[in-house]
Every structure is written in C-alpha cells, then in structure tokens.
Design a binder for this molecule. Structure first.
Ligand code: FAD
Length: 156
C-alpha cells in the first residue's frame, strides 16, 4: 500500500466524477479519481445535454467534440406520443400528441437568445468514454478505474 497525498479525492468515474476531474485539471488542481468498475457504465441512462451543461463543457474545451457526434437541434425538435412505433394494425402508429421540445425545430431561435451553446443529445453510455478520454488526456496519472474506496477517515 502506498500513501498518496492530493488536495482532492474524487470517488466515482461517472459523468460528475469525470467532469470534476476535467474542471480541476483546467484550474491546475491536482486530484486522484477512483472508480470501482473497470470501465465507464454499460447502461444507457441520460441523453439530453442542456445549454448550461454545454456552456460548462465549452469553457473547458470539451463541447466541440460532443457537437461533432451529438444530435443537432434540427433533428430533435419534437417529442411525439404514439400508440406504437411498429405494426400495421388499425391502432398502430397513431400520434396522440406532438410537443415542440429540446430547443430544436421551431424552438431553435428562442433557445438561441439564452445561450450561444445549443443543446444536444448524446447518450451517457457514449458520453462517459468521451469524458474519460478528455480527463485522461489532461491528467493521465490521476484517473484510476478498477479501484474502490472502501473506507476513509476525516481529519482536521
Ligand atoms: C435507467 C436510467 C435512466 C436515466 N435517464 C436519465 C435522463 O434521461 N436524463 C437525466 O438527466 N438523467 C438520467 N438518469 C440519471 C443519470 O444517469 C444520473 O444522474 C447520472 O449518471 C449521475 O452521474 P454521477 O456521476 O453523479 O453518478 P453515477 O453515474 O452513478 O456515477 C457514480 C460512480 O461512482 C462509482 N462508485 C460508487 N461508489 C464507489 C466507491 N466506493 N469507490 C469507487 N467508485 C465508486 C460507481 O461505480 C459509479 O460509476 C438516468 C439514470 C438511470 C439509471
């Protein structure tokens, strides 16, 4: 066992942990991240990245690499409730309601007033590897997957 002394210990290499690492690196603050799993999450979870999130990620030079692969607003302007996505029965494929949403389509100009950063859509299952890449590039020796925090003591 070795002793490690760093100003910040980050427990967890999900979206928050990896983003915290990137933010700390950009401020030149040393840190140590541990994630108990050997890789980022295999589970599909969140997908929508709102304008404020993209502003924060732009500040640290990450936004462009997400815009390159994320869904552009023009392709995500509507949320639609339908009776089914498939099938050719009488009740299949009927639209119950359509909502303008996510800052796309006709909402694009209204959202643009609030921020220079459009929202985008990129599933967490793909975003986390991208954030990990950015975090490791900035702090190659600070990101440790396959390591679990099992206990800690708070001192003065
Ligand atoms: C099915 C599902 C659908 C979702 N859909 C949406 C959505 O549409 N929109 C939305 O905004 N949000 C959604 N969420 C929520 C979103 O995924 C979470 O808010 C987000 O993952 C939280 O990020 P996090 O980094 O705080 O935590 P997590 O992603 O949970 O990461 C925490 C990490 O800490 C690690 N860890 C914990 N304890 C230790 C330890 N002792 N030592 C080392 N590592 C440890 C864990 O292994 C984990 O990887 C969804 C979640 C689920 C489960």
């Amino acid at each position: 066992m070795s002793d490690i002394t760093v100003p910040v210990l980050i427990v967890g290499g999900g979206g928050c942990g990896l983003t915290t690492s990137i933010l700390l690196s950009e401020h030149g603050i040393d840190h140590h991240l541990v994630e108990r799993h050997t890789s980022t999450s295999h589970l599909p979870k969140a997908h929508y990245l709102n304008q404020r999130t993209m502003e924060v990620l732009r500040q640290v030079g990450v936004a462009d690499s997400i815009y390159e692969v994320g869904t552009p607003p023009k392709n995500m302007g509507k949320t639609r409730w339908v009776t089914s996505l498939g099938g050719d029965g009488e009740l299949d494929g009927r639209t119950l309601y359509t909502l303008e949403s996510f800052g796309g389509g006709r909402l694009e100009s209204a959202y643009a007033v609030d921020s220079p950063c459009p929202s985008t859509n990129y599933p967490q299952i793909r975003l986390e590897p991208l954030l990990r890449e950015h975090a490791e590039k900035r702090a190659p020796d600070s990101i440790h997957f396959g390591r679990e925090l099992v206990s800690f003591e708070q001192d003065e």
